[in-house]
Ligand binder design. Structure first.
Ligand code: NAP
Length: 261
C-alpha cells in the first residue's frame, strides 16, 4: 500500500526561543483571509540546527523563516543562496525546493528599506546600527543601497564578525557630533521578556535630531523607544518590518522558480 501523502503545505519559524514571535499570528491571519485552509505555520524552537534537515524531510516543510540566533549559523546547511543573502551573510527565509534542497534568501533588508522609506522621515547621512548579527547586517546592507553610511556598534568591536565595528563609547561620541542621526537597534535587548532593558545606557542622549528605529515589536514601545520619544526623537518599532519580511517570504514560497535561483 502507498504511504499516505501529506497534501498540506507546512511553513514554520525556526529559532532558539520563540515566545516573543508574532509570525505565526501573521501567517494564520493571512491564510484565513485568503482561504488557504491547506496551509499551516508553526513555531519550531530548536536548541541547535543539528537536526534541521531531518526536521524538513519528516515535517514535509515547504519553507521556513529563521530567527535569533540562527540567521548566520544556517549558512553552511544551505544548498544555495541568493546574491543578497550572500552579500549580507545572513538568511532569514529558506525555500525548500525539489523536496529537500534548501535555498536561502534574505527578505529582512528589503523589508527594512521599504519600511524606513514608508515612514517618510528624511534620510540622514549617518546611521548607527547596534548589534553585529544577522539583522544588523541586513540593515547595514539596506542603508548602503539607500546611500546612507552606517556603522556597526558592538560590545566587542575588535573581535565581532563585522568589519569596522565601533564600541558603544565611540558610538556615543559619534552620535553627539552628528547633525542628524538614524539609530537602529538590531540587538534583542528590550525584547520580551527582557522588557526593562535598553541597549543604550544613556537615556538623556536622545534628541529631536535622532530617528530611532527599534527592530523589536514585542513590546512596543520598548524602553529604548520610550527614552528616545521622551527627548523628542522620532521613533519607529519593528512591526511594519515584520509584516513586510513575512509578505516577501510568502511571495518567494509561492514562486518556486524565483525561489530556486
Ligand atoms: P543575533 O544574530 O542574535 O544578533 C544580535 C546582536 O545583538 C549580536 O550580534 C550582538 O552583537 C548583539 N547583542 C546580543 N545580545 C546583546 C546584549 N545582551 N547586549 C547588547 N548587545 C547584544 O540576532 P538577530 O537575528 O540579528 O536579531 C536581532 C534582533 O532584531 C532580534 O530582537 C530580532 O527579533 C530583531 N529582528 C526583527 C525583525 C523585524 O522584522 N522586526 C527582523 C529581524 C530581526 P555584539 O555581540 O557585537 O554586541
Amino acid at each position: 500500500m502507498q504511504p499516505l501523502m501529506d497534501k498540506r503545505r507546512h511553513y514554520a519559524l525556526v529559532g532558539r526561543s520563540l515566545g516573543h514571535s508574532w509570525s505565526q499570528r501573521w501567517f494564520e491571519a493571512m491564510f484565513l483571509r485568503q482561504g488557504l485552509s491547506d496551509c499551516s505555520y508553526s513555531l519550531c524552537e530548536m536548541p541547535s540546527l543539528d537536526g534541521l534537515r531531518r526536521w524538513v524531510a519528516d515535517g514535509h516543510i515547504c519553507g521556513f523563516n529563521v530567527t535569533v540566533p540562527y540567521k548566520v549559523a544556517i549558512l553552511p546547511l544551505l544548498d544555495a543562496m541568493s546574491d543578497d543573502a550572500r552579500a549580507i551573510g545572513a538568511v532569514n527565509c529558506v525555500c525548500v525546493t525539489s523536496g529537500d534542497r534548501l535555498v536561502g534568501h534574505n527578505t529582512d533588508w528589503r523589508a527594512f528599506s521599504e519600511s524606513l522609506l514608508s515612514c517618510g522621515t528624511p534620510l540622514p547621512s549617518t546611521a548607527l546600527v547596534l548589534g553585529s548579527g544577522g539583522a544588523a547586517r541586513a540593515v547595514a546592507y539596506a542603508l548602503g543601497r539607500l546611500g546612507v553610511e552606517s556603522c556597526f556598534v558592538s560590545r566587542t568591536p575588535g573581535s565581532c564578525p563585522v568589519p569596522d565595528a565601533i564600541s558603544y563609547d565611540d558610538a556615543r561620541r559619534r552620535a553627539a557630533a552628528a547633525p542628524s542621526l538614524l539609530f537602529v537597534n538590531a540587538t534583542p535587548v528590550g525584547m520580551w521578556p527582557d522588557v526593562d532593558a535598553s541597549p543604550w545606557p544613556w537615556p538623556d542622549d536622545f534628541s529631536s535630531r535622532w530617528t530611532v528605529y527599534d527592530l523589536t515589536y514585542n513590546p512596543s514601545p520598548t524602553l529604548l523607544m520610550r527614552h528616545a520619544a521622551a527627548r523628542g526623537a522620532t521613533v519607529h518599532d519593528g512591526l511594519d518590518m515584520l509584516h513586510r519580511q513575512a509578505a516577501l517570504g510568502w511571495q518567494l514560497w509561492q514562486n518556486p522558480s524565483a525561489a530556486a535561483l
